[in-house]
Write a protein that binds this ligand. Structure first.
Ligand code: GLN
Length: 279
């Protein structure tokens, strides 16, 4: 019979399976429900038999490329602990760029609006909407998603964090008919079908990555097209997009009559976010 592995041995098994040490430590913390300090101080602690079995399963999934966030069921975004599942895209640090820009606008050009209505289209885990509401409580935050499963994840996050958001099931502008919003944010699917990065993203929902039809700009185009009739005069639209789509998105915004069109760069220095103001 196999003896039960210690923490140290479990981490060695992870290394042998090709799992990075930091990832292995996070996974083991999750499995043992212990903090990092405990883990570092307890090399000799033994896993129980069920834990040892579960550990092998986690290592196999991790080695097969499943995102750590799905294995642990959680991910931090803009300082907020979010729960995630394969129903939603894993929130990326690059998307925090758009949150920071939104907060900048709410504290600057939109500061005079007492209760600005802000919408997050295609909210997924709720990351963008929750981060903005957390840092700017006066924002009247709304969020939509066409996936009921995603919206349930987002709503759960809102309840756990005690952040009041209006959650709406529907595609892009659909839930906001007749409304005039002060600020609209979206991280829509923007990857072209056939893009060489897609295989690495195979565990995440395809509908959050690739627009219907496979043209990387299709959803961005649809959102820009609907923006003028859903934004208040002086309202802003901010969009996340692919590293090579900044000029195309700026063109779409200018054609739709937007002014002050500008970009923000992500952590890798790519123009990842483009936005503008409705006159
Ligand atoms: N930023 C994600 C990635 O490239 C894609 C997100 C999206 O399509 N909206 O991994």
């Amino acid at each position: 019979m196999n003896t039960l592995p210690s923490v140290q041995e479990a981490l060695a098994q992870a290394a042998a399976a090709g799992v990075e040490r930091l990832d292995a430590q996070r996974l083991l913390q999750h499995l043992l429900q212990q903090g990092r300090a405990w883990l570092l101080a307890h090399d000799d602690a033994l896993l129980t038999a069920p834990q040892a079995v579960a550990w092998q399963a986690l290592l196999a999934r991790c080695a097969a490329g499943e995102p750590l966030a799905y294995l642990t069921g959680e991910r931090e975004f803009h300082g907020l602990p979010l729960q995630v599942s394969p129903a939603v895209l894993v929130p990326r640090p690059d998307t925090e760029t758009m949150v920071d820009w939104a907060l900048e606008l709410l504290a600057g050009p939109l500061a005079a609006v007492e209760q600005p209505t802000v919408a997050d289209l295609g909210t997924g885990s709720g990351a963008i909407a929750l981060a903005v509401k957390h840092r700017c409580p006066r924002a009247q935050m709304r969020a939509s998603d066409a996936s009921a499963a995603a919206l349930a994840v987002a709503q759960g996050n809102g309840e756990r964090l005690g952040l009041a958001i209006g959650w709406h099931l529907g595609s892009w502008w659909e839930p906001f008919a007749g409304q005039r919003l002060a600020l609209v944010l979206s991280n829509p699917p923007y990857i072209e079908s056939g893009d060489p990065h897609l295989p690495a993203l195979r565990h995440e929902p395809l509908s959050a990555l690739v627009p219907p039809g496979g043209d990387g700009l299709a959803s961005l185009r649809e959102i820009v097209a609907g923006a003028p009739q859903h934004l208040a005069p002086g309202g802003w639209l901010l969009l996340e997009h692919g590293f090579d789509q900044a000029d195309a998105v700026a063109g779409l915004l200018r054609e739709a009559g937007f002014t002050e069109v500008q970009h923000r760069t992500d952590l890798g220095g790519h123009r990842r976010c483009t936005g503008g103001r409705r006159p």
